[in-house]
Design a protein around this ligand. Structure first.
Ligand code: PLP
Length: 464
């Protein structure tokens, strides 16, 4: 158990890295945690707990890595950052700085992306229930619209016919892959062909650009399969005189939160009811120890065949098609940490211990999806040795019985005390702010943009 002592916070500050499910950390963030726990404590004192520290440099590294793979395979490409993964404005600004687009799912995300400096033509809108005002705004800024249904294209046609402005709507059709026949998202064969006919007939309103799909899960194989299915619709569209130029494969590229071997070992040896306070092992987890990084996933995808003897990369090149991706989680890999202050450590009747933190499981929310965040927190402790090892689960400060951050009993080398900090790493992707709210009238957690200016020097600015 690596423990680093620094003299900056009270008398002694110790940074206790967990060993069972230790988070993989971006080097700059790791350095900050190890060397500046006093600064972290001062920030929490100032801004409150929990505190989300957002690190846009990590976003830029992730975008550059994916761009590198796409360039290596020499395929025309467009990245749309899935802005639903995180609400931080500084990450949209990072997308703008990297020259990539944004996938927006609401009028509010659209406005935020424009405010960050993303050009309207670099936006693409997904989601099945876009409102008329959202459609209107998308057409006005020249964004791509992923049409989810024949009903949606009907609404769009009515809207466009009623406008005096002559702007066309730029369209991708959302295909529902055969692997998910009952999904409410996208269209099967008949509806896709019906939409193509309408697009061919109503060229005064529509500019058709191609196809889109998004699948649950994180396997590249299911995307390869779906891509192969879409190829047939590209041919069908061309036969109708349309000119598709893009296939957008949505998001779902994986993140590696913990070392894959460690994760496998945890699943084999430590993931049983006795390791959970509620004696219940969740049925499903995100693959926290992914065997593949997002870049490796993308390379495998591009090297896979979509037609007999033809890889996806070759198909895209030979057909002059652009590959679009909408990564959310994988672009924000490492782009935030969430810091909770401990309020109390309480012994329970069954000889177990609960740690209460200031803040709630709405800011680290996997338990609300009947799962667990299988990444151990880092403890910043101000208590001097000797240490009393503790096994404890972690609960939020609300009166809800279900306000539990982890039912899993975490091994601490020393018992956390009031005022200590627990750091959850890598929370930018759907963890820190998906469910956040003002329950009990506690203000929303603050988010602070952290930047490393020179070696060991950081700036912290409110993210807005
Ligand atoms: C249409 C669409 N695109 C992209 C994404 C982003 O997926 P991920 O964060 O897994 O990359 C989602 C997530 O739900 C989505 O629905």
């Amino acid at each position: 158990m690596p423990t680093v002592m620094t003299p900056t916070f009270n008398n002694v500050t110790e940074v206790h890295q967990p060993t069972l499910l230790a988070p993989l950390l971006d080097p700059l963030i790791a350095q900050f945690i190890q060397h500046c726990p006093g600064k972290l404590s001062a920030l929490v004192d100032h801004y409150g707990s929990p505190l989300n520290l957002v690190w846009p440099h990590a976003f830029k590294l992730n975008a550059a890595a994916l761009q590198g793979v796409l360039k290596h395979y020499n395929v025309a490409h467009t990245l749309f950052y899935g802005a639903k993964a995180n609400k931080s404005q500084s990450l949209l600004a990072a997308a703008a700085a990297m020259g990539i687009g944004v996938d927006v799912s609401s009028l509010h995300e659209l406005h935020a992306a424009l405010r960050a400096g993303i050009p309207g033509q670099h936006l693409c809108a997904t989601g099945p229930a876009k409102t008329t005002v959202f459609h209107q705004a998308l057409v006005d800024v020249g964004a791509l619209i992923c049409v989810d249904s024949r009903e949606e294209i009907g609404h769009l046609a009515t809207l466009l016919a009623s406008r005096t402005a002559s702007r066309k709507a730029r369209i991708l059709l959302r295909y529902r892959p055969k692997s998910c026949p009952t999904s409410r998202f996208g269209m099967g064969a008949d509806d896709v062909l019906g939409c193509l006919q309408q697009l061919a007939q109503e060229r005064q309103h529509f500019h058709f650009e191609g196809f889109h799909f998004h699948l649950g899960g994180y396997g590249h194989e299911s995307r390869v399969q779906a891509f192969g299915e879409v190829v047939a619709y590209v041919d069908a569209a061309r036969e109708m005189g349309l000119a598709p130029v893009m296939i957008d494969i949505g998001g779902g590229l994986p993140i590696r939160y913990v070392d894959p071997q460690r994760y496998d070992s945890f699943l084999r040896n430590d993931n049983n009811p006795s390791h959970y306070y509620n004696h219940t092992v969740p049925e499903a987890f995100y693959p926290y120890g992914s065997q593949l990084t997002a870049s490796q996933w993308l390379a495998l995808f591009l090297e896979s065949d979509c037609l007999p003897g033809q890889t996806i990369a070759h198909y895209l090149q030979s057909q002059n098609m652009t590959l679009a991706l909408e990564p959310g989680r994988s672009l924000v890999d490492q782009a935030a940490i969430s810091v909770f202050r401990v309020t109390r450590c309480k012994k329970l009747a069954n000889d177990k211990t609960v740690i209460f933190v200031e803040g709630s499981s709405f800011s680290a929310c996997e338990t609300w999806f009947s799962s667990e965040y299988l990444v151990d927190p880092i403890l910043i402790s101000a208590s001097a040795p000797p240490h009393t090892p503790t096994h404890a689960y972690i609960a939020g400060h609300s009166c809800l019985d279900d306000d539990v951050i982890t039912y899993r009993l975490i091994n601490f080398v020393t018992s956390p005390q009031a005022g200590d900090l627990l750091i959850y790493a890598n929370t930018a992707g759907y963890q820190m702010d998906l469910l956040e709210n003002e329950f009990h009238r506690h203000p929303l957690p603050r988010r602070i943009t952290a930047t490393c200016c020179t070696q060991g020097h950081y700036t912290f600015l409110p993210d807005c």
